[in-house]
Every structure is written in structure tokens, then in C-alpha cells.
Write a new protein. Structure first.
Length: 272
């Protein structure tokens, strides 16, 4: 089997051509950005051990397992994160939340931000990498997920304060911004079936998917500085409901931001 045949083998298993190329690069020990290499070396032979690994990984991908779990890493906001089944697969749409946080956080003065439910650490690490002077904290309930986030911070040499806990319970002090990509899928939502390989506790949140968002909005005011922002990622059809919750909790300048597909994906508000 040569390189071109290896890619075709994966595509025949119903993988997208991009996923096929990335898996072939992975088993050959090539970087993910080196897709041009595949074209230049399409007649090169694929060693037997790599063929065996590729068949196993392609079958798992065809069964719905995230590509990031198979390769062990995911690019997020320019960072190469290590990820596995202990954490959610970071989505590009979540970069909308990072960009918004960077807009509202002060640049000239010292500022602090906390990322709730940090998972792989994607949001917290992206903020710290983009704004090194930020004082960044990250909270995670899952001990297993927290270990992934801490490992990413150490590997990327980014100084983050981590603690294990449930949202803002146990937090001390006040922040310029609180950001979170919490669970927001309804517990009986049919979409959960397609996400069976990812941790359920990081996905589902009560009958309407808003239980954790309600908790965060309730807790946030006593942990925000005056003028501080609470920014939340949510489901494609939840923007109206989240904005209503923010208004009722006393937030001002309540608004939403669209993701890459033009869907209102994040909502937030400012403490008066």
C-alpha cells in the first residue's frame, strides 16, 4: 500500500478526505500541516505497522470517535493542545468566546479572568497565550479533565492557576471577566447519541440544557468587579433564553455573538 492508496482506503470507510489525510500523516509521524507532503510522496510505500495502525484508527473514526482523540492533539487558537477522551474535543466555534473575552478585558492595566469548566484548558490557555500579563485562573470539576489541562499548561509553559471545583463555589476574590463553555445540551436531546465518545458530564445539563448556565449566572455577580463581564457559550437555539437570564440577574449591555456559521453561539453581559 502506498500513500495515495492509504488515503483512498480511509475514504472508502466513509471518512472525509481531510480526516483521511490527517490520519495517514499521523501514522507516518508527519505533522498535521504537512498535507502537501502527501501529494509529493503519494507513491511512497506505507510500512506494515503503519498500515495496521491506520486501519484501526480509520475504523474508530468511521464509528464517530473524534479525530483529536485518535491523534492525541487539537489545534485551538494557534495552540497545539493534547486531548483525549477525558475532555471535550475543542471546537473552532469556541474561539468566538476567546476573541470576545480579549475585547472586553483591559489591556493596559492588570486584569484577571477565570475560565469555568476548563476541560482541556483551551480557553484559559488561549487567553494567557494571547495576553501574557493576564492573571488567568481555571476551574474544573473532573479531576481527570483537570489533569489534562494542567499538563497542557506545563507543556506550553503558560502560567495558569488551576483548582478543582464546581463553577464558582469556593472561588475567592473578584474578576474582570468570567468565561465558560459549560454543558448546554438537554439531557434527552437526540444529538447526544452522536457525541457518545465524549464525556457526558461536559455535554448535558438538565431538561432544557440550561441548568449549569443558570447556576453560573446566579453565582457570577458576587465574583465580578464593577464593569466586569460574564461571557457564556451555549447551544444554537439558546441565545434568547440566556440573554433573558442575564437581564433578570441584573447584567447590562446584554448581547450575543455569532460563531463561524453565523449562529448566535455566545451571550454575555456586564456588571453595572
Amino acid at each position: 500500500m502506498n500513500v495515495a492508496q492509504a488515503v483512498k482506503h480511509c475514504v472508502a470507510l466513509s471518512l472525509t478526505r481531510l480526516d483521511a489525510q490527517l490520519l495517514v500523516l499521523h501514522v507516518l509521524g508527519r505533522p498535521a500541516h504537512d498535507r502537501a507532503w502527501l501529494l509529493a510522496h503519494d507513491t511512497d510505500g506505507v510500512p506494515p505497522h503503519a498500515q495496521t495502525a491506520l486501519s484501526t484508527l480509520a475504523t474508530r473514526r468511521a464509528a464517530g470517535e473524534p479525530l483529536a482523540y485518535l491523534t492525541g492533539h487539537k489545534e485551538f487558537f494557534g495552540l497545539n493542545l493534547q486531548v483525549d477522551a477525558r475532555v471535550l474535543d475543542p471546537r473552532a466555534d469556541t474561539e468566538t468566546l476567546v476573541e470576545w473575552a480579549l475585547e472586553v478585558l483591559p489591556t493596559a492595566a492588570p486584569a484577571s479572568v477565570v475560565d469555568l469548566g476548563t476541560g482541556s484548558g483551551a480557553i484559559a490557555l488561549a487567553l494567557k497565550a494571547a495576553r501574557p500579563l493576564l492573571n488567568v485562573s481555571a476551574v474544573e470539576f473532573s479531576v481527570d479533565a483537570l489533569a489534562v489541562a494542567q499538563n497542557n499548561a506545563q507543556r506550553l509553559h503558560l502560567d495558569i492557576t488551576f483548582w478543582q471545583g464546581s463553577w464558582l463555589s469556593g472561588a475567592s476574590g473578584r474578576f474582570n471577566a468570567i468565561v465558560s463553555n459549560p454543558p448546554y445540551i438537554a439531557s434527552q436531546d437526540a444529538h447526544l447519541a452522536a457525541l457518545q465518545h465524549e464525556p457526558l458530564q461536559a455535554l448535558a445539563s438538565g431538561a432544557d440544557g440550561l441548568d449549569d448556565i443558570r447556576t453560573i449566572i446566579q453565582q457570577a455577580p458576587e465574583h465580578l468587579l464593577s464593569g466586569g463581564w460574564l461571557l457564556l457559550e451555549h447551544g444554537y437555539d439558546q441565545a434568547d433564553a440566556v440573554r433573558e437570564l442575564l437581564v433578570k440577574a441584573g447584567f447590562s449591555k446584554v448581547q450575543s455573538r455569532q460563531d463561524l456559521a453565523g449562529i448566535e453561539r455566545c451571550s454575555g453581559g456586564q456588571m453595572p
